[in-house]
Design a protein around this ligand. Structure first.
Ligand code: SD4
Length: 341
């Protein structure tokens, strides 16, 4: 019972687990109405994360469990900048932000959290076990430890250490467009040559077999940020928003510019007004362009979204962004449309 206006070509999908190749990288179909369940997530690493989410979704599990399990893969990956392997702040310490939201407007987040491997799971505990939505810093860490999360060493990963030492030479905060897909930044050229690309954020939204939506977002934030800086990822409505009546959205890129337009919430509201997920993402990207004017050329922001029919879509400011889709048809890495040509 396919319910779609425009088919995604079957050839664009693959069922070969673990295969990440150029063949998978396709342009976004204008509109893809997919059967549920479906999961989408940001950047190339989304393919691996989606596999774990799919294990939950394909066996009738809840979208909330899928989006937690999915991004945990990325948080745990040693080749990845999302969790404790990420770039530190300018004082040399890795501080993590994460948020999660279910189909009943329940949400939880942690921010400025240190030495905990799975901030997304702590965010879920905040949601499920406290009367609060958000815990930050020492309080978030205390809560995590009380909940049984091990306190990790706080050592930088070898790549992050190298990147930090290089950064210290100039001590200049200058985010690089699409750095999320390029490892520890311009500081790890050998990684780029090897194609061993990483990123510092993963956002994921999913619809389960019952048609319920949930989302998650987890990050080490912008590398070499000021100490105490939070991005959009832990802020409900900015880095993530889920409205089970309408759709769900998550963001990646320059968090400050996602926050100022309440990005993910704005995308969901645009879908509520009748726009497709792609058109809704585009509308809010264009709003950022209007606000930032010339400066929009120097930042990357991207949104991915899903609506209540299972239609997925995305839009980015600049090229270079990718997102991963997983459905009953297989997996796909998509390059969505972008504002600057
Ligand atoms: C932040 N939005 O901390 C995050 C960074 C990001 O891919 O998405 N990088 O601002």
């Amino acid at each position: 019972m396919l319910n779609r206006r425009k088919f995604i070509k079957a050839s664009a999908f693959t069922s070969v687990a673990g295969l990440v190749s150029q063949q998978l990288l396709t342009n976004e179909p204008e509109e893809a109405v997919l059967n549920n369940p479906v999961v989408i997530s940001t950047w190339d690493a989304g393919l691996e994360a989606n596999k774990a989410a799919w294990e939950v979704l394909s066996t009738g599990g809840r979208a909330l469990d899928a989006v937690e399990k999915g991004v945990m893969v990325t948080e745990a990956s040693i080749n990845c900048c999302v969790g404790l392997g990420g770039n530190p702040d300018r004082e040399g310490r890795v501080t993590l932000d994460a948020s999660i939201m279910d189909e009943n407007y329940n949400c939880g987040s942690v921010a400025f959290l240190e030495r905990i491997k799975h901030p997304i799971s702590v965010a879920r505990r905040v949601m499920e076990k406290t009367p609060h939505v958000m815990l930050v810093g020492d309080g978030a860490q205390q809560f995590a430890v009380a909940e049984g999360f091990p306190l990790e060493s706080g050592e930088l990963s070898p790549d992050a250490k190298k990147a930090y030492e290089n950064w210290l030479k100039k001590s200049e905060y200058k985010p690089v467009i699409n750095i999320e897909n390029k490892g520890h930044g311009p500081f790890a050229p050998q990684q780029l040559e090897n194609g061993d690309w990483n990123h510092d954020t993963i956002g994921m939204v999913a619809m389960d077999a019952k048609g319920n939506l949930s989302g998650s977002c987890t990050t080490s934030g912008m590398g070499f940020k000021m100490r105490g800086r939070l991005g959009d990822s832990p802020i409900i409505g900015a880095g993530l928003f889920v409205d089970n009546e309408v759709g769900a959205c998550t963001a990646t890129g320059q968090g400050e510019d996602v926050i100022r337009v309440a990005g993910s919430h704005s995308v969901v509201e645009a879908m509520r007004s009748g726009l497709s997920p792609e058109a809704a993402c585009k509308k809010i990207i264009e709003r950022i362009v209007r606000i930032k004017k010339e400066q929009a050329k120097d930042i990357q922001v991207a949104f991915i979204a899903i609506n209540k029919k299972g239609v997925v879509g995305a839009y980015a400011l600049h090229k270079g962004f990718s997102y991963a889709v997983r459905t009953t048809k297989g997996e796909q890495l998509i390059k969505p449309k972008h504002y600057f040509k």
